[in-house]
Design a protein around this ligand. Structure first.
Ligand code: PMT
Length: 233
């Protein structure tokens, strides 16, 4: 019999990439496969949590015991997350959300122009889903969930991750060095550093490299312990 330390807790987890349309047949996106986010969802469900997985387009099956919502764009992911904000205890943002989208997606397929060697696309910033979820509120009907981010970085990984932890008002952030192809986008394994924050004091813990599922289990256990510690303070 597996113990259920997360029983009664509601997790909302984002995973995968977002796709931002340029025209009816093209989009901007990235190489996120969803593996890390799906592993976290599976791990939380194993521990008895009620899990909502909000996923961009990936080729993975929703893990056993997990509720799945499929979205395409960052705006859709934001809406799906916000509609669950007040009923989420722990929010984990593992999705690789496109930072920018086309200012005006074309209604029809953009045609190649014979006399035009350059095409300039105008992009506008997408909303930051994690920062929105982590915003402080005084509204008792819409409390702020415990918020966990990921930081996918190719340089100064630890510094940038800690910046994001403080700037986005998070409880924890998972730093992922994606300059190493064996532990980032699309890989089966990962190696990360977990930073937790309480009142601006940051604690650091490096986790050993392993499968995304093994790492997902470790992360969920550590986050759960930190969440419970916060609750009793
Ligand atoms: O999916 P896999 O192939 O398994 O790969 C896993 C992963 C590399 C995608 C994952 O481990 C990871 O690092 N995910 C975060 C990717 C990312 O976009 O990081 P970021 O540093 O750009 O964003 C920081 C945080 O803000 C993230 O929690 C992100 O989900 C969130 N964000 C970013 C932009 C935005 N508009 N909204 C957000 O919520």
């Amino acid at each position: 019999e597996v113990s259920q330390p997360a029983a009664g807790l509601r997790f909302t987890i984002t995973a995968g990439p977002t796709q931002e349309p340029l025209d009816p047949v093209r989009y901007l996106s990235n190489h996120s496969s969803g593996k890390m986010g799906y592993a976290l969802a599976a791990a939380a469900a194993e521990l008895g949590a009620e899990v909502q997985l909000i996923s961009g387009p990936v080729n993975l099956a929703i893990p056993a015991g997990v509720n799945g919502t499929q979205v395409t764009t960052a705006k859709q992911m934001l809406e799906a997350c916000e509609s669950r904000r007040s009923t989420t205890d722990i929010f984990i943002a593992c999705a690789a959300v496109a930072d920018y989208r086309a200012a005006t997606p074309a209604d029809q397929k953009i045609k190649k122009q014979a006399n035009q060697d350059e095409l300039v696309l105008k992009l506008v910033k997408n909303p930051d889903i994690l920062a929105n979820m982590a915003k402080a509120t005084t509204d008792k009907n819409n409390p702020r969930p415990f918020c966990v981010g990921f930081a996918a970085e190719t340089q100064q990984v630890e510094d940038y991750a800690q910046d994001k932890l403080l700037r986005k008002n998070l409880d924890a952030i998972v730093a992922n060095d994606v300059s190493d192809n064996s532990i980032g986008f699309g890989s089966d394994e990962n190696r990360v550093i977990l930073f937790t924050q309480h009142k601006q004091t940051i604690q650091r813990e490096a986790l050993p490299q392993g499968s995304k599922l093994a790492l997902g289990r470790q992360l969920i256990e550590k986050l759960l312990a930190f969440y419970k510690e916060q609750k009793t303070l």
